[in-house]
Design a protein around this ligand. Structure first.
Ligand SMILES: Nc1ncnc2c1ncn2[C@@H]1O[C@H](COP(=O)(O)OP(=O)(O)OP(=O)(O)O)[C@@H](O)[C@H]1O
Length: 297
């Protein structure tokens, strides 16, 4: 395969069958995520476009190549990196990407130290990402040093390859909204190279609670009812939930360690003991989290 967007729809499958099968794959891949409906919708439109394009080709109609480069805007912990990772695997499953891997990069991975070095570094990175997604976090750091900075060369090389690649890789530039807007303003024409602009909003307290419960479930832990209530109440009292999903992940890890410390005192452990998170574990975990945060301030 030449790496271009490829879609397989067998004669036996009707469009409706395709829709239900492929939609299910998308829903399944994002099952553990809270929200992110707009990401799923975008993926559905990409999948639909690819299959219809294939059908048009069969009918001898004109087809077009589309690139699916994306811009992700959102605060820390809103799920940008995690969504990109899931997306890469999913797009392979949907036969849109050949390999489905994610290459995570930041400024230092693209920008070199002398003239000519940056273009080589950037090209190598793009090659590594072929068949998958090149995810560049805090993309605005590429234009940090202004016109004379080598970051400019990285952007130009990237843009050139994005245009030439005809679907061989997907480039995602990610970062916080204000900085991303500034970056795109400084690099006129850059925004138009991206087919999809996706915003990752901050989570509400209820979303975060939902994310926490999911995280425990995925790891085979169960919160007792009082533990669940306590967690929600404590998060509300803590006020600062700006870390979004990352805040929840850290919190759950503290709670899991608090449970482990409690269990070590038991003479014998059952499977249920190992799964069960008590209200006290939540309290101790939150205490530990707060102390750790204070120590790091
Ligand atoms: N919608 C969600 N559902 C479940 N978990 C989520 C969701 N969003 C984020 N998370 C979890 O929050 C944590 C942080 O997410 P992630 O690293 O993807 O955020 P990010 O937006 O890339 O942050 P940054 O910009 O700081 O790199 C991860 O553990 C992730 O699984």
């Amino acid at each position: 395969m030449n790496g271009q967007v490829k879609f397989i729809i067998s004669q036996k499958h009707s469009s409706q069958q395709f829709e239900s099968q492929e939609w299910q794959k998308i829903e399944h891949a994002f099952k553990q995520f809270v929200g992110l409906e707009h990401i799923k919708e975008t993926l559905k439109s990409i999948a639909a476009w690819a299959v219809i394009n294939q059908k048009r080709e069969e009918f001898g109609l004109k087809t077009e190549k589309q690139s699916h480069h994306m811009l992700f805007y959102g605060n820390p912990g809103t799920g940008k990196t995690t969504a990109a990772r899931v997306m890469a695997t999913l797009l392979k499953e949907l036969n849109i990407l050949e390999r489905g891997h994610l290459v995570e990069a930041e400024r230092a991975d693209l920008v070199g130290e002398y003239i000519g070095h940056t273009a080589v570094k950037t090209r190598e990175l793009i090659k590594k990402a072929e068949g998958g997604i090149l995810f560049i976090d805090e993309a605005y750091s590429l234009s940090r040093g202004g016109e004379k900075d080598f970051g400019r060369e990285a952007i130009d090389t990237l843009v050139k390859h994005m245009e030439d690649s005809s679907g061989r890789f997907i480039c995602i530039l990610a970062g916080y909204k204000r900085e991303m807007n500034g970056f795109l303003r400084m690099n006129t024409g850059l925004k138009s190279r991206f087919a999809h602009l996706l915003y990752f909003p901050d989570y509400t307290l209820n979303d975060l609670n939902h994310i926490a419960v999911n995280m425990f479930n995925i790891k085979d832990y169960k919160l007792s009812k009082p533990a669940g209530d306590r967690l929600l109440r404590s998060m509300r009292e803590m006020g600062d939930i700006s870390g979004n999903g990352r805040f929840v992940r850290n919190l759950t890890e503290f709670i899991i360690r608090a449970q482990a410390v409690r269990l070590l005192k038991y003479e014998e452990l059952t499977k249920k003991d190992c799964m069960y998170i008590s209200e006290d574990d939540v309290l101790k975990g939150i205490e530990g989290y707060k102390k750790d945060k204070q120590d790091h301030q």
